[in-house]
Design a protein around this ligand. Structure first.
Ligand SMILES: Nc1ncnc2c1ncn2[C@@H]1O[C@H](COP(=O)(O)OP(=O)(O)O)[C@@H](O)[C@H]1O
Ligand SMILES: [Mg+2]
Length: 385
């Protein structure tokens, strides 16, 4: 009898062990399903959400759902100093962390926290699977951020190409118009000057002819600028020191700056030489500086920098003025684009600068922030000594 009881008890224990195993397996299965579901939702976010901020905000809310003690769990994603928090966020000593990388460089972290009062006190309450899950999520976010960065770079290049293309088209048009008008304008000027030499001109006729001459000279200036923009102006290149050329241009502008309470700062790293037309380079510096002065009605500072970057002579003109709005910045180099009053600007300064720099195989870039200031950066091929 005792033997029979002992056998039954043994059998019972076995059954109990089986049942426990079964329950554990079911529990594990539930956890795996939660984890897979969490990973799936995170993946959905990065596929469907184009806006980085919205994607990270959604992901951080999804994360606790993949952890064993969902109700006692919260998460935080930090990317380049910006934090995204899950609902009811708290920081605690029980933490799991993974790093987010962009281009092999650490760009942020994901942290998952458990509430220490409620989670069973074990040395490490996080499951191996949860550690892998967090790694997986960190990888997905890294991939997503890299893709967003690449997309942005591609968009910028595309915009730049469209912009360059548009400027080239306008350049051709401007060159055509300038060429066609140049000759009749020369005739108008010449004939007016001849007529002015006629004897016994009535007073009013002389006055009118003077006015015709003035207008023709003004129009010729505009045409000259249009030709410079469309790169049809003749070039007289020689070896010049960029630093010296900037200094020369500034001697004419220093008084104007002083009068307006504008300080001039020069940050010249070293002497840089270029093959260029000195008059045209002077015009570039002058036009950029006049724009900077006009952008600072209440005083400020202009910083001139010169440096060499690889095979390029790079100089910049930076001001602390009103800045250029994002809607205007892409038009800034277009001929006749101006935000100034009729007497202040014709909208040809930057187009002339653009034409000159392109004619010297260089590049010009602008970055600006409203009410903070603008930086125009020019790069030209360096002439080796
Ligand atoms: N340093 C600057 N700060 C703010 N706005 C600028 C600056 N430089 C250029 N701009 C903007 O670009 C426009 C075009 O400049 P530009 O071609 O020199 O023509 P203009 O000076 O005759 O208006 C200006 O009207 C102004 O709106
Ligand atoms: Mg100007």
């Amino acid at each position: 009898m005792n033997k029979q009881i002992a056998a039954l008890e043994k059998e019972n224990k076995k059954l109990q062990a089986f049942y426990d195993q079964y329950q554990q397996a079911r529990q594990n299965e539930k956890e795996r399903i939660k984890e897979l579901n969490c990973l799936y939702q995170v993946a959905q976010c990065v596929v469907l959400e184009r806006d980085t901020l919205a994607a990270l905000q959604k992901i951080v809310h999804i994360i606790p759902g993949g952890w064993q003690f969902t109700d006692k769990c919260c998460a935080c994603i930090t990317v380049r100093g910006d934090q995204y928090l899950s609902a009811n966020f708290f920081a605690s000593s029980i933490r799991q962390r993974e790093t987010i990388f962009i281009d092999d460089q650490a760009a942020g972290t994901i942290d998952v926290y458990y509430d220490p009062d409620i989670v069973p006190q074990k040395s490490d309450p996080f499951l191996v699977e949860e550690k892998n899950l967090l790694k997986g999520i960190a990888n997905i976010i890294s991939f997503y951020l890299k893709k967003q960065k690449d997309d942005q770079a591609r968009k910028m290049i595309q915009n730049q190409l469209v912009h360059t293309d548009r400027l080239a088209t306008i350049g051709r048009l401007a060159a055509g118009v300038a060429h066609e008008l140049n000759e009749p304008l020369g005739n108008i000027l010449g004939l007016a000057q001849l007529s002015l030499k006629l004897p016994d001109l009535p007073k009013q006729a002389k006055k009118d002819l003077d006015r015709i001459q003035e207008c023709a000279i003004y129009s010729r200036e505009i045409i000259k600028k249009l030709m410079e923009f469309s790169r049809n102006a003749p070039l007289r290149k020689e070896k010049i020191c960029l630093n010296q050329e900037i200094e020369n241009s500034l001697t004419f502008l220093a008084a104007q700056c002083a009068k307006k309470g504008i300080a001039i700062e020069k940050q010249f790293e070293k002497k840089v030489f270029i093959m260029a037309d000195p008059n045209q380079i002077k015009q570039v510096v002058t036009n950029l500086t006049i724009n900077a002065i006009q952008a600072m009605e209440n005083g400020g500072k202009i910083i001139f920098t010169v440096k060499q970057v690889a095979d390029n002579a790079v100089f910049s003109v930076e001001d602390t003025g009103i800045g250029i709005s994002s809607e205007h910045i892409s038009s800034a180099f277009m001929p006749f684009f101006t935000t100034k009053d009729v007497n202040e600007g014709t909208g040809l300064g930057l187009s002339v600068v653009y034409g000159i720099i392109k004619n010297h195989d260089g590049d010009i870039r602008v970055s600006s922030e409203l009410q903070k200031g603008s930086v125009f950066e020019v790069s030209l091929p360096v002439e080796k000594e």
